[in-house]
Design a protein around this ligand. Structure first.
Ligand SMILES: Cc1cc2nc3c(=O)[nH]c(=O)nc-3n(C[C@H](O)[C@H](O)[C@H](O)COP(=O)(O)OP(=O)(O)OC[C@H]3O[C@@H](n4cnc5c(N)ncnc54)[C@H](O)[C@@H]3O)c2cc1C
Ligand code: FES
Length: 563
């Protein structure tokens, strides 16, 4: 079944197997569609149906509460019943080379064993070796239990033949009842994965803080295994906080003890005082909720730290709030946030992304929450109240966020921040961003500003390709092919997006697509040959632009190559 997904930056086409959800089909095709849980609870994968019909596998999915209007649906739960066109309110990219692309497979259940009264450890024997990243999870479907459940790998291996997993019993849970109530050794499970973006690679170069409640320890064990393999803790610090109710609920203590020489490991007991534990001399036991124990132990130690948090939603929320409030007190200015007030009284929050500064509206567009109280990891800004997120380079909304941030150009001179640097569409886009001011000025001198009404066609296939365009505002759709045999090639929203780039290439005198405004759009029109002359006058700038152009074309061809 053919699916066309129009994201904010471009379009993608891929096929779904019969009954396969839109999300799983897109991810299998190497397209980074938005998701978090992949199992119907978080609402991150919501999309709008433009044409076609979907069948909803789980009409009671909790994530449906984030849907607005009848046309929205959860991509992780809905499968196409006919060819679809779908709109996704996010920027969507093809997966980077080297990404572990998820696949559907069948796996055999092995080594099923009780770890505690309500936690079972088990392994999945795979039919073919698979790569996954530390911190990722798989989806499993048991015979006769509708829907997939997510479980995090606790081991780490390249070309893995076995995935090690743990499952905590959930009273009256479908998968739990199936797993706990009978001998399941050797059972066959449907499997989809690997999934998940909260991964760890040793190239990170930061100290690691791992906070896990209950079964959330699984992914942390995978991160510890990956770190140990790379001798990461020879050069970095590490802290593990593992929260359980009582000693009877604790597991993996032997495995955690093996890491405890290099890493500080604390077990937080929420419902009993720790008694003498001679069995586990390398571990620290403390009374309290896991985020409280972590808060006490971590005071003043947040410099250059990457935190991973997992477990039941209340434990995760409490840990994230604790990190937002505590870690920011000692965050070094780099990768930090600060609210500033301009001379005219305008309040702006400034993000320092590795020495580059970006200015934004000071208050979250969702509710009256100051964004300077949010979390910033160097590229993504998160509002701490409802966890809306934005890409700081563009202000574009990510995940569940529904509105972009108003950007304010910021310049730094003599250690002072100034509002109002050059943020023209030319300078903001990926092709010319960061070029010398003198080159940008020469290019700007060639640009003609034009406004088009919704529906206006800018060019057709075969038209002379003399000018390229830079989008200032609005939306432009591409159609590849002619007459009835056209296919949308994507549409663009981002200020600074360049299109019609055949005008910058030698030997491509004619257009190969048509471009049409979907709404009133403002464009800069620049003559290609004149722009090339400017770039030839500064070969260093010319090289940068041509390298970016090659990347842009490669990306475009990679994602429309199936057509
Ligand atoms: C990223 C991630 C990683 C996780 N890692 C672990 C882990 O390592 N260990 C662990 O014990 N738990 C983990 N969980 C929780 C786990 O996925 C299960 O939700 C939990 O174990 C309970 O499953 P259950 O079938 O027993 O309960 P149920 O209440 O029957 O189901 C729980 C979940 O299954 C899905 N579901 C239920 N019914 C349907 C249906 N009809 N159609 C489609 N989907 C349905 C939904 O996501 C629901 O929230 C993780 C969750 C996530 C999101
Ligand atoms: S990804 Fe969470 S609801 Fe679909």
């Amino acid at each position: 079944m053919r699916i066309q997904v129009n994201a904010r930056n471009r379009g993608y086409e891929f096929d779904a197997q019969p009954g396969q959800s839109v999300l799983y089909a897109g991810l299998s095709a190497g397209i980074e569609l938005p998701y978090e849980c992949a199992t119907g609870t978080c609402g991150t994968c919501k999309a709008k149906l433009v044409a076609g019909r979907v069948g909803d596998g789980w009409r009671e999915a909790p994530g449906r509460k984030y849907l607005k209007g009848g046309a929205e649906f959860l991509m992780c739960q809905c499968a196409p019943e006919e060819a679809l066109t779908v709109e996704v309110p996010d920027f969507v990219y093809a997966m980077e080379p080297g990404t572990c692309v998820p696949e559907a497979s069948t796996a055999t259940l092995r080594n099923v064993r009780r770890l505690t009264d309500d936690v079972i450890g088990f392994a999945l024997e795979l039919e073919a070796p698979r790569d996954f990243d530390a911190g990722q999870f798989v989806l499993l479907a048991a015979p006769g239990v509708p829907g997939y459940r997510a479980f995090s790998m606790s081991n780490f291996a390249r070309g893995a033949r076995r995935l090690e997993l743990i499952a905590k019993r959930k009273p009256a849970g479908g998968f739990s009842e199936w797993l706990f109530d009978a001998q399941r050794e050797g059972a066959k499970l449907e499997c989809f994965g690997p999934l998940g973006k909260a991964t760890f690679e040793p190239g990170l170069g930061k100290n690691l803080l791992l906070i896990a409640g209950g079964s959330g320890i699984a992914g942390m064990m995978s991160i510890l295994a990956r770190s140990a393999e790379a001798r990461y803790f020879d050069t970095h610090r590490g802290w593990v906080f593992f929260g359980v109710r009582t000693m009877r609920d604790a597991f993996f203590l032997k495995e955690l003890s093996a890491y405890a020489g290099k890493v500080k490991v604390a077990v937080a007991l929420s419902e009993e005082d720790p008694s003498a534990t001679p069995e586990w001399p390398a571990l620290v036991f403390e009374r309290g909720l896991v985020h409280e124990v972590a808060k006490r132990a971590m005071a003043g130690k947040y410099q250059n730290v990457r935190a991973y948090v997992a477990g039941p939603p209340p434990a995760v929320d409490a840990a994230i709030r604790m990190l937002l409030l505590e870690a920011r007190l000692t965050t070094v200015p780099e990768n930090g946030l600060k609210e500033c007030e301009a001379e005219d009284g305008l309040k702006v929050v400034v993000a320092n992304a590795g020495g580059e500064f970006f200015g934004f509206q000071a208050i979250c567009p969702h509710q009256e929450v100051p964004l300077c109280e949010g979390l910033f990891d160097g590229s993504v800004l998160t509002c701490h109240m409802h966890l809306w997120q934005w890409d700081v380079r563009t202000g574009a909304p990510l995940g569940i966020a529904e509105a972009p941030l108003q950007r304010y150009p910021v310049a730094v001179e003599g250690g002072l921040l100034y509002l109002g640097g050059d943020d023209s569409a030319l300078g903001a886009g990926e092709l010319f961003n960061g070029l010398e001011q003198s080159i940008l000025e020469k290019l700007a001198a060639l640009a003609r500003r034009e406004t088009y009404q919704a529906g206006a066609t800018l060019y057709h296939p075969g038209d002379p390709a003399e000018d390229f365009f830079v989008l200032e505002s609005g939306r432009v759709e591409f159609l590849i092919g002619r007459g009835d045999r056209t296919a949308p090639g994507g549409f663009m929203l981002k200020k600074g997006e360049v299109f019609g780039w055949a005008a910058l290439l030698d030997g491509y005198p004619a257009r190969i697509a048509s471009a049409r405004c979907l709404e009133e759009s403002a464009l800069l029109r620049v003559n290609g040959k004149s722009a090339l002359r400017v770039l030839e006058s500064d070969p260093a700038a010319g090289f940068i632009v041509m390298r970016r152009l090659a990347g842009l074309i490669a990306r475009y061809l990679a994602s429309s190559g199936a057509k």
